[in-house]
Design a protein around this ligand. Sequence first.
Ligand code: UDP
Length: 236
Amino acid sequence: MEKRELLYSGKAKSVFTTDNPDLMVLEFRNDTSAFDGKKMEQLDRKGLVNNKFNAFIMTKLSEAGIPTHFEKLLSDTDALVKRLDMIELECVVRNVAAGSLVRRLGVEEGIDLNPPTFELFLKNDALGDPMVNEYHARSFGWADDATLDKMKELTFKVNTVLKQLFLDGDMLLVDYKLEFGIFNGEVVLGDEFSPDGCRLWDKNTREKLDKDRFRQGLGGVVEAYEEVGRRIGVEF
Ligand code: UDP
């Protein structure tokens, strides 16, 4: 499948049309951003690592019965995906307190959250992706009841599958962000799943193995992503 026109260029990925109106090509670039695009850098090999990582995870999720946009890998940095009508909300599940939750509520990083929490954020960099609730989503028409229920159900199902997958590699899935879209009337997982959009800690040392290494200037960002991948069986 050939790339045709550039449809959209995001902070880390570019999206291209193909000859098939139902399919697009996602190109994973080396660009890495944090703080709503205020910190930007190119990290060698990151596009390749995230593309292969995402393909591996999407395949696992699909095998577990979760509908995803992923069709197949096209090259080191490109993947063929379904063209979804994206819902402009981010779904976040947290198993352990970290990041904005810690800042917002003044709780200690590392507290186990049992049961895990579910949060919604509006995708809007200019506003700093503000947290919203289901009433906002319904009132502003971002998602209806049935869609919200489905997004929540799928987001928790992802938790069951991935918590165990990472635990088998001696890692804690601290939190993660998912984005969904609609394809033929069905709610389908889109965007990507990679260490750019989740937090993963070594289970024993609690060393951070995700994008917090970039946010906090800890270095070894792509090396950590590859380490995570190797531990769960991704071949780069
Ligand atoms: N996240 C993301 N994109 C965003 C905001 C958050 O992928 O625009 C991910 C982030 O990597 C983490 C989870 O969602 O795994 C929860 O993020 P949090 O709300 O703690 O915000 P942050 O501390 O990243 O600002």
